[in-house]
Design a protein around this ligand. Structure first.
Ligand SMILES: [Zn+2]
Length: 199
């Protein structure tokens, strides 16, 4: 393990990550979002999504990568035939889309569920000013490169959930550099439940 002097690039305050896999965290002093990689520390822009609820219903903000991209389905083979399922698939991936990947630490299955739900709904979040430093931003543990890999599972899961018994799926994803968003969340068991947003 490499030991870096973790200091905020803006105010030099010591940063204290909770998670050893941390990729992005927020400075508790000046609220700068800081990305940590092998090449060092950098300031990273982050957008806070406007909640549709009162601030006191927010326990923390969770990080989410949003890519603008396109999923090109090259072949989709199924065991059953269901023209609605085929049509829905073509409708979803026939256009450039926003592609969403949860970046906080959570089980892959759950990340796919959340990403798949969002990609089918295509919400466009509105930004608000960054909430005060007292508002916790949960650390991101997923790099954009890893998010792109997880996105393949998201796409696969969406297609496998259709009612025509997916047998084989060949596709490629074209995606630009993602933006990091912070989404209001409420504590739910050992994880986080996303709170309603202004879309
Ligand atoms: Zn700082």
């Amino acid at each position: 393990m490499k030991l870096l002097a973790l200091r905020c690039p803006t105010c030099a305050q010591a940063l204290k990550p909770q998670n050893p896999e941390v990729v992005v965290l927020r400075c508790a002093n000046c609220e700068t979002a800081v990305s940590i990689s092998d090449t060092g520390l950098d300031i990273i822009p982050i957008q806070f999504a406007a909640p549709a609820i009162k601030p006191e219903q927010i326990d923390a903000w969770v990080p989410l990568w949003i890519f603008n991209g396109r999923v090109n389905i090259h072949s989709r083979q199924t065991q059953g035939s269901n023209s609605q399922a085929q049509q829905d698939s073509q409708q979803l991936w026939g256009y450039p889309r926003r592609l969403y990947v949860p970046a906080w630490e959570l089980p892959t299955e759950e990340a796919c569920q959340i990403g798949g739900d969002l990609v089918q709904r295509q919400p466009a979040f509105q930004t608000i000013d960054s909430p005060s430093a007292k508002a916790t931003l949960i650390e991101a543990v997923l790099t954009p490169e890893d998010a792109l890999k997880l996105l393949e599972f998201v796409v696969f899961n969406v297609e496998a959930a259709r009612k025509d018994w997916l047998k084989d799926l060949r596709f490629t994803i074209e995606a630009a550099t993602p933006q990091l968003w912070a989404i209001p969340a409420q504590k739910a068991g050992s994880g986080w439940r996303l709170q309603p947003l202004v879309e």
